[in-house]
Design a binder for this molecule. Structure first.
Ligand code: SD4
Length: 318
């Protein structure tokens, strides 16, 4: 069996290529790294890699992580600037014995020494988003912390290796140095090839309060199907946050176990995700939460057309 599950529609092209690697008997780590690089390189995705939206100082600071569920190796970078593919730096760091999670200048120095490609990740389009947002904030006092999309993936290869990985520009207008859940083990991702893996997207500050990716893997280890595990974990955390804090941020999770069975859960409307397995070509689904049950359906062609149109539509500075 083999398969990949990923957050958001933007993972589709990468997963389509990743599936071929898995089908040919390749390593899940290669399939996932390549798939995430594809998302990082596409400038119209404004929440990951090149074209990602900047922090409040108009700098693009990126977070990424890579975990090997067989060896339990983890590598991650946080608040890294000016490197094209944080996921590859994270993977490289996962091979070190220590110093596996590097931040900011430390991560950049490592990437430089290892010869990773430098790139100014701030696009003209992202600058326009930035200036427009500043104007909106001034005019209407809109909360800066909305709008996000982390790419998170879990993959299984024919040999039973499982990988989890993430990459994100985090929250638009975040403070310099702010780190979300995505590079944090157990929160943004977790995987154990003996069980399965999970990855998160949403408000990092809240996802971290439940170590939610680890929690899902733990529930799968107790015998829950990935779908059940995702629903239990998301519903519980959502409820606790509402009870204790009055509200819950966005929480959306994907998971796959080592049999290739998968699940998702979300507390928002319209969480898109992509899945492929040995028996299924990559499919884009839309999920929503109805009374604690996560319902998903295939995205229709209208939704898909509209998605690309809005991402690539000309943007004017207001
Ligand atoms: C973060 N969880 O930095 C990320 C943002 C995100 O979908 O996922 N967005 O908090």
């Amino acid at each position: 069996m083999y398969g990949i599950i990923a957050t958001w529609r933007m993972a589709f092209e990468g997963i389509t290529a990743g599936r071929e690697i898995l089908e040919d008997g390749g390593f899940a780590g290669d399939a996932i790294e390549n798939a995430i690089r594809e998302v990082e390189d596409f400038e119209f995705y404004k929440s990951v890699g090149y074209g990602g939206l900047p922090n409040e100082d108009m700098e693009v600071e990126l977070d990424a992580a890579y975990m090997d569920g067989t060896t339990l190796d983890i590598g991650a970078v946080a608040a890294i600037k000016d490197y094209a593919n944080p996921i590859s730096i994270a993977r490289r760091l996962s091979k070190e014995k220590v110093n596996n999670l590097l931040v900011a200048e430390g991560a950049e120095r490592f990437a430089h020494k290892e010869g990773f490609q430098r790139k100014n990740m701030l696009t003209e389009r992202a600058k326009i988003h930035y200036y427009n947002r500043i104007k909106e904030i001034k005019e209407q006092e809109i909360k800066p912390y909305s709008g996000h999309d982390t790419v998170g993936m879990v993959g299984l290869d024919k040999r039973g290796n499982m990988i989890a990985a993430t990459s994100t520009s985090g929250l638009f207008m975040k403070k310099k140095g702010r780190v979300g859940d995505s590079p944090i083990s157990g929160s943004g991702f977790y995987v154990d090839s003996k069980v399965g893996g999970a990855s998160a997207t949403g408000l990092g500050e809240d996802l971290m309060k439940g170590c939610i990716s680890y929690e899902i893997v733990r529930l799968m280890k107790e015998g829950h199907h990935p779908q059940e595990a995702c629903e239990i974990a998301v519903n519980r955390l959502d409820k606790e946050l509402k009870e204790r804090r009055g509200k819950s941020g966005d929480l959306s999770l994907i998971a796959m176990n080592n049999k290739g069975e998968w699940g998702v859960a979300t507390n928002i409307e319209g969480f898109s995700f992509v899945v492929t397995t040995e028996h299924q070509e990559p499919i884009i689904y839309l999920a929503k939460n109805i009374n604690g049950k996560c319902i998903h359906e295939k995205a229709n062609s209208e939704w898909l057309d509209n998605y690309m149109k809005t991402r690539t539509a000309p943007l004017v500075r207001r």
